[in-house]
Design a protein around this ligand. Sequence first.
Ligand SMILES: Cc1ncc(COP(=O)(O)O)c(C=O)c1O
Length: 364
Amino acid sequence: MLINDLTARIGANEDAIRDATNRVIASGWLVLGPEVKRFEAAFAKYLGAAHCISLANGTDAIELALRAMGVEAGDRVATVANAGMYTTTAMLAIGAEPFFLDVDLATRNTTLTEVDRAIADGVKAVVVTHLYGLANLEIREIAQRCAQNGVRLLEDCAQAHGARVAGQCVGTFGDASSFSFYPTKNLGALGDGGAVVTNSIEIAEKVARLRQYGWTDKYRVEYAGARNSRLDEMQAAILLAFLPHLDATNARRREITARYSTMIEHPDVSLPDPMGKEYVGHLYVLCSAQRDSLRGHLRALDIASDIHYPIPDYRQPVFAERFAHVRLANTEHLAAEILTLPCYPEMTDVQVDEVIEGVNSWRP
Ligand SMILES: Cc1ncc(COP(=O)(O)O)c(C=O)c1O
């Protein structure tokens, strides 16, 4: 069993995908055309935000949003270190200096206390990642604290499309938010894609310039730090077809993960709590001090698993000794114990039960 079976998603949506791609081919408009405009409007409306600027991928979304917020080389920016290096990669492209935040052991998200530590250290911006599909439950308080201190807040929602805190979608609390539409995401294209979402017209306009060479007019470049980062019409049309199903597929993910959390019973495994609409089940991540043994057992049963993510950003080889002084106890503890189980909306109940039985039958 795969950890995420995209052929199942494609199979379940074959007609809609064919209609979308045929429409684009027939139009002859392939980049930055009507499908992109329609998708941007629809996604902004779904989230309850004023603007969506689509881009080529989620890493560009983080980088261009930070640039649009005024982050420059040498500025310090806070980020977690347990989210796959994406935000840190974006910061390296700008020349910004990462300030690493620890996370809560239960939610695996950062905390207001950690954000306070970063603000006291003088960061210019904070990036909050809503990891594994779980909204940061303190996001409203974090947004208030950042605003009170003149610190910019970017929400990275690449794993949390449609997650809500008290009914409000993540991605609408901070100054701006970044999304990825990589195929395995809760809202995934059939290729790369990303977006910046914001209520600020200034940020939206700046990102729109930065995604196309820094043009203010055709062939007139006024903005530095720009690139070519456009969502193509084909992907926009496919995302438009998938968006109306997002709440339903998120609900199915929640159903699967709730079943895991109630049915997996093992003394050497600890499980995330079942959650409400704050959680959209992007990844289901358990913990075990012997996770490599569990992984081997699942592999023998032909059940795939993965580790999201094994190396804290500040321990990545690219940094050599640069962050040797950084120690984040919870981040390191989790990196040694986490294991991701298969979870995607098209999983059958029989497959879900196979995974449950697989974990429960492990004898370390
Ligand atoms: C939390 C997070 N942020 C950012 C990204 C980067 O997105 P992309 O792969 O589209 O560049 C990803 C996805 O891979 C992600 O999971």
